[in-house]
Design a protein around this ligand. Sequence first.
Ligand code: PEP
Ligand code: MG
Length: 591
Amino acid sequence: MAEPLRKGEQFFRGIPVSSGVCRGKLLVLHRPRPTIDQRRLSEPELNEEVNRLEKSLVQTRHQILDVQRRVSEKMGANEGSIFDAHLLVLEDRTLLDEVVRVIREEKVNAEYAFHSVAERYAATLAAIEDDYLRERATDMRDVTTRVLNNLMGREEEVDLRHLKEPCIIVSHDLTPSNTAQLDKRHVLGFATDVGSKTSHTAIMARSLRIPAIVGLKDVSSRLQSGQFALLDGFNGVIIAEPSDQTLFEYGQIERKQVTFEEKLREVLSKPATTLDGHRVVLSANIESPQDASAVKANGAEGVGLFRTEYLFINRGALPGEEQQYQAYREAASALKPMPVVIRTLDLGGDKFLAHMPIPQELNPFLGWRAIRFCLQERDIFREQLRAILRASAEGNIKMMYPMISGLDELNQANALVEEYKAELRHENVPFDEELEIGAMIETPSAVIVAESLAKRLKFFSIGTNDLIQYSLAVDRMNEKIAHLYEPTHPAIVRLLKATVDAAHQHKIWVSVCGEMASDPVLVPLLLGLGVDELSVAPPLVPPIKFIIRQLKLADAKELSDFALNCESAADILARCQDFGRQVAPSLFETK
Ligand code: PEP
Ligand code: MG
């Protein structure tokens, strides 16, 4: 959209990080680099200077805790936790000792010492080709500005709290502290020179639902305050002085967007029921107990997949039984009485622990991963199973094993569960005696022996991400063969059908929690094949619910009958696309 530049327009393309279209006056923030004077101090003044530094660090800490509290209240605990990284900067002994050393050895003022040391750290981090480390540089600069302001008794230079009229903010960068001040009533959108999809500012924009673009290179020096502009957060485009024609075209998009979002809001509290009265269970996939609020906010009916590996990754040591118990219990209690399906550890493949080196393998996806790893690393598995069993006392937990490839693995895992249940009984620790156990169906062998598995389980959850890669022998991470990764391959359609049939024959339910469930084009096919539950990322619950409510199961069955008799992946996909566009055209128009 709007790619052809029209007369008088200034057009910039960056990275879209938060969707939506807005239009309005620009407010371009020019942040003059603070001039930091260097003052020479005499020997007797040095102790006082170090004291002054320490006082400003305490003051900064209070300010950050205050912003953190406000952000957590306004946007949620996850966004608030962004400021943990800022607090860590203030606790970084290497940095602070270096600042004190510079004050004492070079006999200079605290502002100068702090600025020069912190800027050296930040510049090193910013130069590394890694979004995560670059983000640490932004954190470092954000904290540095606060410390310097406090040392110099200055007000914040960028104060976005008192904007008089709605505007689109353009800036070289927006720190999380700046973003936390944004008032949704006055900030229509924002655009920055630097940043990435995973930057904290981007994350906050998404949760504020403010359209945003980052990575626009030099946009802040090419645009001026007061100019009128259009910001398209779907495509990452900002157009200053848009022509009438461009405004007209975007007007149509905005209208569709508004009506579509209203439609999505309407379905939030409604059930995922098809037009002909068939009830589908629509759940969400989560990675931490903090995601529970997003599950509720998006109108999901519980958790169909709690990926527990994220409690293990990104930390210095393994989480023990107690820590895991608290996390599982917290998720279950926040969502009660809705069910929470906890998947046991799925490490290996592309998920590794920084603190536990796993031997390099030629084929990690075919190697020591998931249930195979757990059945050998018994201590790790025991702690997790005991933690899940203890949390199951909440009453709404179910558990499933990943990557079961045959009956032996299931029997071994179930035997361990029985052993740990006996331990807990002996210790008088409560747990849910009726805890339902299921398995993920992710390998072709599991589909082939699905009847044997179904007899011993309460449910199946199909992990289509892996099932497709293993069945079609297409590495899900390899871009070169991505075109061969076809969810509508006739083999996949038939494997799905075989899994559903085996489950229903043994009167157990089947869910799909892989990405296939979150593609509105493929949802009618899954429902037609008889899948009972879909589980998708929380923000995708509303559009998936929308399409479910727009279709008739009878038509979806016709679609799946066609797919089961068809020999071509492309033909099945085309038919699914036609079906989607027919039943829910608005779902395919706004992007
Ligand atoms: C899957 O394989 O479809 C799945 C949901 O598991 P993961 O993506 O975590 O491997
Ligand atoms: Mg998987």
